[in-house]
Design a protein around this ligand. Structure first.
Ligand code: KE4
Length: 431
């Protein structure tokens, strides 16, 4: 595949940006090689500056449930741009989007729009601490909630050790009150709560994990977290930035019938523009300025472009049959991954929840962050590059989720399935 122009432009990008990128995962460091440079996207496809076409299973890391440049979204943005791109003042589109969000997420009795999932994460932690008067936060290994210091903590050595900084620049003081438990392990949560439950302001998690590959919750896990947090007076926070509208129109909280106290949203809600939200119980949200003492703000929060992109996206996405169609294609892809790997004698576990999927080259089920470490990363990387060569773009990391859009029908999915043998043959080859 000729990527001459991409190489030139990526070389230029590296003179401006660390690693040539504006977000680390885009640099292909985990899979090796260098990324292609996008010229444009359309439906399920990305096109690079050398004219190569790729079936895109990243969809901008989740936002594009309709695919790239959906005509209705483009038209809505074009119309709004002529009325102004940002007002820094109240306008009707905000409540219009909020109304649709609350129809799908009734637990958001009140909400606030922000510009990213990270902002939503910062806000819910401060709000939970302000509402409860407590300091400790319990998160789970492998879950990512944006890059706010307080959430960049990794598990300490012992079960009860407080979080350790997960990257340079995060002082120990920033994560000294962040505890880290094991996803799908009720026992690890109960141990921490029995030791300091009355100091814990909130438990925060991705209810279906997408940031260390896909981890599906055991049936009783989310219900157990609900019961434990209620018992100890801690808030339950669902980070649905990735799962929102994707695993179910109403997110994981609808799919698993567990109502959190606070929810983070992002990605899909902005329809491909910078957008996020957080919301939940009225009495908690009323602690927020200007009503209450917890401060949070944002220049571009609720900006009309993101509002109309989100609104148009959700209106199309909630049309009868749309979600089910994309979920059906996702299941078909996962089945083809399983059967293709088996045909090539490769150990592989694959799963999907709604229109989100993940797979590991692993002989055994992957139910926790620790399990992900047994996955064969080198094998994934060979698979990734062979599929890219065939014009199919999976996430450039063995530890990310994949996403299907409404546009992934017909040619896109047929081309993908036809290309899998090449991917598995490369995966099987010795390093
Ligand atoms: P943003 O600040 O990137 O909008 O959202 C942070 C975030 C919060 N919560 C969850 C569950 C998320 O998945 C994310 C961001 N996800 C990554 C994908 N692993 C975004 C890709 C990137 O960082 O470039």
């Amino acid at each position: 595949m000729d990527q001459t122009r991409s190489r030139e432009l990526f070389g230029r990008a590296k003179t401006f940006f660390p690693g040539g990128v504006n977000s680390p995962v885009r640099a292909f460091r985990s899979v090796g090689g260098e990324p292609f440079i996008v010229s444009h996207g359309k439906g399920p496809f990305l096109f690079d500056v050398d004219g190569n076409r790729y079936v895109d299973y990243i969809n901008s890391w989740g936002p594009l449930v309709l695919g790239h440049a959906h005509p209705a979204v483009v038209a809505a943005l074009h119309e709004q741009a002529q009325l102004g791109t940002s007002y820094g003042a109240c306008h009707e589109r905000e409540a219009e989007l909020a109304e649709v969000v609350r129809q799908l997420f009734p637990s958001l009795e009140l909400m606030r729009f922000v510009n990213s999932g990270t902002e939503a994460g910062m806000a819910v932690i401060r709000l939970a601490r302000g509402f409860t008067g407590r300091r400790k936060i319990l998160k789970f290994e492998g879950c990512y909630h944006g890059h706010a210091d307080v959430l960049l903590a990794k598990a300490g050595s012992g079960v009860l050790t407080l979080g350790l900084p997960d990257c340079a620049g995060v002082p120990a003081s920033a994560v000294q009150d962040t505890l880290v438990a094991e996803f799908n392990s009720v026992e690890s949560v109960e141990q921490i709560f029995s030791a300091c439950g009355e100091e814990i302001a909130a438990v925060i998690l991705e209810p279906v994990v997408g940031n260390c590959g896909l981890l599906v919750p055991d049936p009783q896990f989310l219900r157990a977290l609900r019961a434990i947090t209620e018992k100890h007076g801690a808030l339950l926070i669902f980070d649905e930035v990735m799962t929102g509208f994707r695993v179910h129109l109403g997110g994981a909280q609808a799919l698993y019938s567990v109502r959190p106290d606070l929810t983070m949203l992002g990605k899909v809600i902005g329809g491909g523009l910078p957008g996020g939200a957080f919301g939940g119980r009225k009495e908690v949200m009323e602690q927020l300025a200007p009503l209450g003492p917890v401060y949070q703000a944002g220049t571009l929060s609720g900006n009309p472009l993101a509002m109309v992109a989100g609104l148009t996206t959700l209106r199309e996405w909630r049309k009868p049959g749309a979600f089910e169609k994309a979920a059906g294609v996702t299941e078909r892809l996962v089945e083809a991954l399983r059967s293709g790997a088996a045909r090539h004698g490769l150990p592989l576990v694959a799963d999907s929840v709604g229109t989100m999927f993940g797979f590991f080259f692993s002989p055994s089920p992957v139910r926790s962050f620790r399990d992900t470490q047994s996955a064969d990363k080198a094998r994934f990387n060979r698979f990734f590059h062979a599929m890219l060569e065939a014009g199919v773009y999976f996430a450039p990391s063995a530890f990310e989720a994949g996403f299907v859009s409404l546009a992934h029908d017909g040619e896109a999915i047929e081309h993908t399935l036809k290309s899998l043998d090449a991917g598995f043959a490369a995966a099987r080859a010795s390093a």
